[in-house]
Design a protein around this ligand. Sequence first.
Ligand code: FES
Ligand code: FES
Length: 201
Amino acid sequence: MSDRKPKLTRRAFTLSASLAGVAAKTGLLTASAEAATSASAQVEMSGPAPAPVRLNVNGVERALAIEPRVTLLDALRERLGLTGTKKGCDQGQCGACTVLVDGRRINSCLTLAIAAQGKAVTTIEGVAHGDQLHPVQAAFIEYDAFQCGYCTPGQIMSAVGLLAEHRALDDSAIREQMSGNICRCGAYPNIVDAVRAAGNA
Ligand code: FES
Ligand code: FES
């Protein structure tokens, strides 16, 4: 009978080392997950409770209960279901979230919903009259002033605002006044054509 001990092959060694590593890691992960769960159980929720907020959106009074930190953009999209207003950068750089407040163009991602109380908020859903498109909407279609369309509601709201302010004096003024609205598809030439045409309509 041979008294030789069984050989530890390279394959067996590698397998046992891997299993040991997995076990150690699993133990660590389980321990950290338990610690995190117990820590979060001890954290008391704090912050302002939802407050009653009344918004006049597209001529309709809407009552909400939202935390004071909620932006107008999130209130429109997430609470009122008005998803025509788009969230692009969420930090005031792209203009996708442009709406009118008392006729002025604003970035709704930088405006708290509570700050819009008592004012008239107009979104892209509110510019047409029934089946009758706003002249800016009609011009955007006629001049093919969009590609993917993501920036388009903000572009249209910005154009509606600047035309109401009588600022579309020439192409240069239109470009300047629309410079806060970024179009990643680069539809700028057609957008300028559409705004000019709507201004002349
Ligand atoms: S989403 Fe508001 S400016 Fe970009
Ligand atoms: S049409 Fe695509 S981002 Fe402007």
